[in-house]
Write a protein that binds this ligand. Structure first.
Ligand code: NAD
Length: 487
């Protein structure tokens, strides 16, 4: 049977690259090729930019209210097509249908709804200066590039497109080459909703296509989600033409559990923060610091729940709550980290191996893994694994755990569990992290700004803050009197 070939999406329609050069996309749950995708070659790239310029001329001239109405239609279409889109995300990522059907499309649509609602509220101000005055306008930047990671492909495309388009910009989006389909479906939906041609183009390919976007002199901004190492390259490339950047990068976040915490809730958080989306979430709380008093009870129940409640298998099976890792290479990387954990002296108390579930024997699964007796210097504790590997560490007191939690070059997220309200805020205020939770973990509503401290990123996504990152201020001074001049 011949495979379906997907093309690039340019100017409101699919466009052939003319050469038929494609790459393969693998279903992580089966190891089989799902479909092929045409690579964005020079013709496609040129067409993408020419189209984006035309799109900008139309879109940026519309009133914000008009843009808002069109984007709201896209939101309705996304919700109507939730199940079809969620199934695409499962096919591409290997994550459970149980998650994708209630999270991925929903949170993508929410972001577009949120920014569509805010679009008409974008305003400048005016200030008298004697008899003269000046006023400001918040104007769009122009063509923005979006470059996505593979863990939440459609959601990432929505989170980037939403503020960009709401503010009157256009976007050329490059999804991860491992998960290229969701962004194409989003582009189709935008077109159906009435978004003008060229406002959201999708170019396909690997890092080389990404690098081209970051160097292009007609692109005003790059919003990037991916690894820290790639982020530094993207930022360096963007600097050559002084592009604005938003960087959503990796993390190695602390989850701190004090003796007085509700232990069941804390265990729920630790499991969510390590095993949801089989551990492939940037904000994961992979360094679980447990105060010594609660530690024996915590570990016993944590291991019990991990052994009894995880259902690994075909991600489309409704009972599955733990899916496949994105690729064989990534599975190997995660297994190598597990070996390092063992050889560096951590104690394996759950998982630690690949899984071959009966209904998906060829998928790239790794069992939910828990290490105890971890120390701060171990590679599993220091480095982002991006898989289901939890490191449990113990601590005595607050000052100690704060210092250890912050002892990393990353600063994406942090969580604290305690019943002591003042301690909760005191500790969180000292966390060097951009996304923090108290007695919760992982929730990220569109209203809440997200982004990293330190090497975990620059700028924010979501939240009204983000409007500033997709507009630039023009200040206009207006003379009301005769101009004084020495000449
Ligand atoms: P990656 O850095 O390998 O790739 C991300 C994207 O960048 C892909 O589309 C890739 O093709 C592209 N790319 C690669 N080289 C490039 C270059 N030189 N120039 C421009 N683009 C280039 O990351 P990944 O493996 O796809 O994703 C996993 C990483 O993403 C993890 O580190 C994770 O923490 C991070 N992540 C962060 C967030 C966040 O919001 N902070 C969200 C999701 C994922």
């Amino acid at each position: 049977m011949s495979l379906v070939v997907h093309q690039n999406y340019i100017h409101g329609q699919y466009l052939s690259n003319g050469t038929g050069e494609t790459f393969e996309v693998i279903n992580p749950a089966t190891g089989q090729i799902s479909y092929l995708v045409e690579v964005a070659n020079d013709e496609i790239k040129q067409a993408a930019i020419a189209s984006a310029k035309q799109g900008f001329a139309v879109w940026s001239k519309m009133t914000a209210m008009e843009r808002s109405r069109i984007l709201q239609k896209a939101v309705a279409l996304l919700r109507e097509q939730n199940d079809v889109l969620a199934a695409i995300e499962v096919l591409d990522t290997g994550k459970p249908w149980q998650e994708a059907s209630v999270v991925d499309v929903v949170t993508g649509a929410d972001a577009i709804e949120f920014f569509a609602g805010l679009a008409p509220s974008i305003e400048g101000n005016q200030q008298p200066v004697g008899d003269d005055f000046y006023y400001t306008r918040r104007e769009p930047l122009g063509i923005c590039a979006g470059i996505g990671a593979w863990n939440y492909p459609l959601q990432i495309a929505c989170w980037k497109a939403a503020p960009a388009l709401a503010c009157g910009n256009v976007m050329v989006f490059k999804p991860s080459e491992e998960t290229p389909l969701g962004a194409l479906k989003l582009a189709e939906i935008f077109t159906q909703a009435g978004v003008p041609d060229g406002v959201f183009n999708v170019v396909q390919g690997d890092g080389r296509v990404g690098a081209w976007l970051t160097l292009h002199d007609e692109i005003a901004k790059v919003s990037f989600t991916g690894e820290v190492g790639t982020g530094t390259k993207v930022m360096a490339a963007a600097a050559t033409t002084l592009k604005e950047v938003t960087m959503e990068l990796g993390g190695k976040s602390p989850l701190i559990i004090f003796d007085d915490a509700d232990v069941d809730n804390a265990i729920s958080a630790a499991m969510l923060a390590n095993f949801y989306t089989q551990g492939e979430i940037c904000t994961n709380g992979t360094r679980v610091f447990v105060q010594k008093g609660i530690y024996p009870r915590f570990i016993q129940k944590l291991v019990e729940r991990t052994q009894n409640n995880i259902v690994c298998g075909d991600p489309m099976d409704e009972a599955t709550n733990f899916g496949a890792l994105i690729s064989q290479a990534h599975q190997q990387k995660v297994l190598e980290y597990i070996e390092q954990g063992k050889s560096q002296g951590a104690t394996l108390v759950a998982g630690g191996h690949a899984l071959t579930p009966e209904n998906a024997p060829n998928g790239y699964f790794v069992a939910p893994t828990i290490f105890t007796d971890c120390s701060d210097e171990m590679s599993i504790v220091k480095e982002e694994i991006f898989g289901p590997v939890m490191s449990v560490l113990t601590f005595d007191d607050e000052a100690e755990v704060i210092a250890r939690a912050n002892d990393t070059h990353l600063g994406l997220a942090a969580g604290v569990f305690t019943q002591d309200i003042t301690r909760a805020h005191r500790v969180i205020h000292q966390m060097q992290a951009g996304i923090c939770w108290i007695n919760a973990y992982g929730a990220s509503p569109s209203e809440m700004p997200v982004g990293g401290y330190k090497m975990s990123g620059i700028g924010r996504e979501n939240g009204s803050e983000t409007l500033k990152a997709y507009t630039q201020i023009k200040a206009v001074y207006v003379g009301m009197t005769t101009l004084e001049s020495p000449f």
